[in-house]
Design a protein around this ligand. Structure first.
Ligand code: NI
Length: 175
């Protein structure tokens, strides 16, 4: 398991649409392990493969409390097949948009199909934090970020802030 550097906004990779996993081999297991390690290192609760630069439809999530045993979950080729009309607001953040949080409204409940590592298809119904997290991560697979769900005014502010941050970091490297 290796901790990989995270792709940070406004890196254009985050806007790529990820491709389905076609072969369920050891490489997927290794990639998921690297994703989990990178996610734990950054104190996150969910990560999409594109966030470590791999445009594959693969997610990892761990919603266990920090002082409890880890409960890693791996979702291969996840697909949202149903969402409730009832909606909910949660404050979200993203490891690719560090230190920025905003309220996001999404469907309260959802159903998701996905594949396990052995290629077996599963279907789950989720609500609460799991539903928020799964919708946020599936968005990543389609090149969508949580800031796309907030007001244009707030989004423009975040975009400006992170463009400046990227420029400042380039200047640092130049010196
Ligand atoms: Ni995210």
């Amino acid at each position: 398991m290796t901790i990989k550097p995270l792709i940070i906004f406004p890196n254009p990779l985050l806007r790529e649409v990820s491709k389905p996993v076609a072969v369920f081999d050891d490489r997927i297991v290794w990639l998921a392990s690297d994703m989990l390690e990178s996610m734990y290192h950054a104190s996150g609760i969910g990560l999409a493969a594109i966030q470590i630069g791999k445009p594959l439809r693969l997610l990892v999530i761990d919603l266990a409390d920090k002082d409890k045993p880890k409960k890693p979950q791996i979702f291969i080729n996840p697909e949202i097949v149903w969402t409730s009309d009832e909606r909910n607001v949660y404050q979200e953040g993203c490891l690719s948009i560090p230190n920025y949080y905003a309220d996001v409204e999404r469907p309260k409940k959802m159903r998701l199909t996905y594949f396990e590592r052995d290629g077996e298809k599963q279907e789950i119904e989720a609500e609460g934090l799991l539903a928020v997290c799964l919708q946020h991560e599936v968005d990543h697979l389609n090149g969508i970020l949580f800031i796309d769900h907030i007001s244009r005014l707030k989004r423009d502010m975040v975009i400006r802030k992170f463009r400046k941050r990227a420029r400042d970091m380039e200047e640092c490297v130049a010196i």
